[in-house]
Design a protein around this ligand. Structure first.
Ligand code: TXA
Ligand code: MG
Length: 339
């Protein structure tokens, strides 16, 4: 058991965090997407502590975070296409899967021969990674299956007693995890949508597609292109249903379902809040970027308030909206109604 300290990102605390990383410990830190649960990616025993702290299945690989391009060569083989994408989108919310080098322990990649690498843009993440000067393996800093943490308080809820330190860098800007892009095979494929979209990737390297498993459950016996997509994910305790379709009809359907349920709440876009007068309703935000920023915090809030049923509007799938719908669909265990 640790007496977990949640501390401000002062120079002194960044030095303390870097020292913990050098000593093989786990420290949670903010990124522009969600909080990460980091350890020295080159230290197998340290990485094992990440899996233990979050109860993560050993077959789900971790992303390695860097702050300088010079750190890349020790980790992976980067093709010209990969480098063009790094030029365009790093630092930022894009993870690229590349052939791994032997310095990266197998535990990081769950035995796969590719490693996911990313350079975060959050000022605290950058400062901390530069201070430590280590490649840092980090999954999202939630307990496995729980909604990802977008504030230090969320990390403390899940990790108190399990790790020595959380660096508090405020609320994460993007709010959903990075885009995971595979450059294996002949066509670049987005395995997990994020704020860097298919159109943005294609504008740099000519083409890209989104894995079709992004918006549907895996079939019996089907293997996931990205292991993380196989596991139950992002789930609140309350049972969630996602209602999509024509404006107006969605609100009507949600109101009907709500009236038949005990202890229910609604997630709705700002402009639709008046349609749910008298109901327990949470504001998703006015557009898809706001919904990305808010979604995980709202799922946690619904849990805190003890709601057993959650009915959510969908959002448009343009820009970061596809990532929001991907996370919502999984939070709802694919209980999606089209009206
Ligand atoms: O924004 C983010 O990516 C955050 C912050 C902390 O950087 N990290 C994050 O990590 O979301 P995690 O572990 O929660 O999600 C990583 C996803 C998982 O779905 C995992 O299966 C996939 O990336 N992944 C990682 N390495 C992979 C690989 N070599 N092949 C296929 N999928 C991989
Ligand atoms: Mg995660």
């Amino acid at each position: 058991m640790f007496d977990t300290q949640c501390v401000a990102p002062t120079r002194e605390n960044l030095e303390r965090a870097a020292a913990l990383w050098r000593a093989g410990e786990v420290v949670a830190f903010p990124t522009e997407t969600v909080y990460g649960l980091g350890a020295n990616a080159l230290d197998e025993a340290a990485v094992r502590k990440i899996f233990a702290a979050k109860n993560r299945p050993a077959d789900n690989p971790l992303i390695v975070h860097i702050a300088r391009m010079e750190q890349l060569d020790a980790l992976c083989e980067a093709s010209p296409a990969a480098r063009a994408l790094m030029d365009a989108f790093w630092p930022g919310p894009l993870t690229i899967l590349l052939p791994k080098k032997s310095a990266v322990p197998d535990i990081v990649t769950a035995g796969l021969d590719t490693v996911g690498v990313r350079m975060p843009s959050h000022s605290v993440a950058k400062a901390l990674l530069l201070t430590a000067n280590l490649p840092i393996a980090a999954p999202s800093a939630n307990l496995s299956t729980r909604p990802s943490p977008t504030a230090a308080g969320h990390v403390m809820e899940d990790m108190q007693g399990r790790i020595p330190m959380v660096i508090d860098g405020g609320v994460c800007d993007v709010g959903v995890e990075s885009t995971v892009l595979s450059l294996q095979g002949d066509k670049p494929v987005i395995l997990r949508p994020g704020a860097v979209t298919m159109e943005m990737v294609a504008s740099v390297i000519g083409n890209a597609s989104v894995a079709d498993s992004v918006m549907r459950p895996l079939k019996e016996g089907e293997s996931a292109p990205s292991p993380g997509m196989r596991h139950r994910h992002y789930a609140p305790h309350g049972r969630m249903t996602l209602v999509c379709g024509e404006e107006g009809k969605v609100a009507e359907k949600i109101r009907a379902l709500y009236s038949q349920s005990d202890n229910a709440c609604v997630l709705a876009r700002t402009q639709n809040l008046p349609l749910y007068k008298g109901l327990q309703v949470f504001d998703l935000g006015a557009d898809e970027a706001a919904a990305a920023h808010n979604i995980f915090a709202l799922l946690r809030e619904a849990d805190h308030r003890g709601f057993e049923r959650i009915f959510s509007e969908g959002v448009v799938t343009r820009r970061v909206g596809l990532a929001v719908m991907n996370r919502m669909a999984r939070a709802a265990a694919f209980d999606i109604l089209e009206v």
